[in-house]
Design a protein around this ligand. Sequence first.
Ligand SMILES: [Zn+2]
Length: 170
Amino acid sequence: MSDRFKGIWSEFQENIRNLDEGASPREILDVILDWLRKYKEYFLRPPFSDYGFNRFITLDAPDYPVEISLMRGEELLFFKKLVFNQQGKDKESIARILRDTFEMLLVLEMDEKCANCGRDGLGVYLNEENAKLVYECKQCGIAKYTDGAKLDGGHYVFAKTVDLIKEKLI
Ligand SMILES: [Zn+2]
């Protein structure tokens, strides 16, 4: 199985190599999703399942604010470098790279400073249970509601474009 995965990974590297340097975040997302779905049986088990890859396989991509993602230009070049540096053996690292890339493509980053660690930029998620938006720091993981209230449990998912518009964040 690991040998087979190496071939699948080589195919992904080729797809990413073929992405033009001016590719839009939506084009990048499509390339990754097409490949992931083609080989989805590999991504529904560890280590990929540990990183929630089922969320990406079943993703309704048009619902998310991918067009305003910062994944373009320099960030795309950086992603390409990460992908080319992997030989297809270290699935744990591959899972992390892809998970981080999905977050960058799907999660709106607000120009807010983290009160805990000082990092600039907080990701916006949705608490599915009460439909409230949540800011989360990528660096230290601290989270709070966008109105400043403390979190009170729930299930956090990627905020959709419609949720962000409703709260006037985009
Ligand atoms: Zn922080």
